[in-house]
Design a protein around this ligand. Structure first.
Ligand code: ZN
Ligand code: ZN
Length: 352
């Protein structure tokens, strides 16, 4: 990745201090937990601690400074002084106030800190062919883990048993970890969009929501599927059909040049017509990649124009207290004329 894609002139900065781990990874390849990256138009320097001497040498092609006996930000401030860099951009939503204070204290005379919003995150929106290949593998692992874990779903098994099985399976299949806390919710608990798996046992005639994602080779996948332990009544069936219709309507709109909000509106329009507008309490989707939630947000207000190579989710839902909720989610890649749905798992309501 070329740092020259960052517009230093427009941002009115001489250097950008990158502190968010996924952004550091994106620009340098480094995956350690403690690092700062200083980027200028023609250089990149990674600051990390002695635990990562070998790892940084293996992963980074840029300059590496191993910092001993002082905070990374102090070493970075010294480096700024030597190189006469004055206007230092920092990631305003990604640097803690404590680090900001420390850095400000140690800055060389005449240098100042300037807040920058999302410069690297914007670069990350459109994925390279290599990144898409990784997302594709992550999606495959996720769906294979789902197919294996679904075999254990039956009355008497708990939500957390299923979550554990999903996460165990995805690890066996090559993932390094789940991309987020696996959501498994049964019965009326499906009305909680982000339910945490509990030890309650599944019953016959329970609706079951599983929202699961793998992180493989650094890249996320994200899928939600619905199951039913028996035969659903007309109410659940109606909500399911409405959400599926909304999901397909949103997928139909996705293509290069369309705004994120237009995709969201397509899903919302369907659910409004079905009388479920107020039950759709989140946005239609989100970008994903090195992080599970990245720009763009497929929501009411996001005017970002979709570009070929963006990886996003499409996941409308409707949630009714006391009854249950339905969400259907795929990971897709935007193309010139539409999109490719990467998720291979069928999305009919799975009856067990
Ligand atoms: Zn999800
Ligand atoms: Zn999602």
């Amino acid at each position: 990745v070329i740092a020259s894609a960052i517009d230093f002139a427009a941002l009115k900065i001489d250097a950008l201090l990158v502190s968010a781990a996924p952004n550091i990874r994106y620009l340098s390849g480094f995956t350690g937990s403690n690092a700062l990256l200083l980027v200028t138009t023609d250089s990149k320097v990674l600051f990390t601690d002695p635990r990562y001497t070998l790892q940084a040498a293996q992963q980074c092609s840029c300059a590496v400074r191993i910092v001993k006996k002082m905070p990374l930000s102090a070493a970075l401030a010294q480096n700024l002084g030597r190189r006469k860099l004055r206007r230092i951009g920092f990631e305003k939503s990604r640097l803690s106030y404590g680090d900001y204070e420390l850095l400000k204290e140690r800055l060389p005379l005449g240098a100042g800190l300037r807040p920058v919003g999302g410069a690297v995150d914007a670069l990350r929106m459109v994925k390279s062919a290599d990144e898409i290949a990784r997302i594709r593998r992550s999606v495959q692992t996720n769906s294979d883990a789902f197919a294996a874990a679904v075999k254990m779903v039956k009355p008497g098994v708990s939500e957390s048993d299923i979550a554990a099985e999903l996460e165990y399976r995805m690890r066996l299949l090559g993932a390094e970890r789940p991309a987020f806390e696996t959501i498994v919710a049964a019965g009326a608990r499906t009305a909680l969009p982000h339910a945490q798996p509990a030890h309650n046992k599944l019953n016959a005639n329970d609706l079951l929501l599983i929202d699961v994602g793998a992180c493989q080779d650094g890249y996320s996948s994200d899928m939600t599927r619905m199951l039913f332990l028996g035969r659903p009544g007309p109410k659940i069936r109606a909500i399911y059909d409405a959400v599926l219709k909304a999901q397909l309507a949103a997928l139909e709109v996705v293509r290069e040049g369309v705004t994120a909000q237009k995709v969201d509106a397509a899903a919302r329009r369907v659910l409004k017509a079905e009388g479920l507008e107020k039950e759709f309490v989140h946005s239609t989707g989100h970008g994903l990649g090195l992080e599970i939630h990245e720009p763009p947000r497929i929501g009411k207000k996001d005017k970002t124009r979709l570009q070929a190579g963006m990886a996003i989710t499409i996941e409308p839902g409707a949630y009714i207290r006391g009854l249950g909720g339905v969400r259907i989610e795929d990971t897709v890649v935007v193309t010139k004329n539409g999109c490719e749905v990467l998720t291979p798992t069928p999305k009919e309501l799975m009856l067990l």
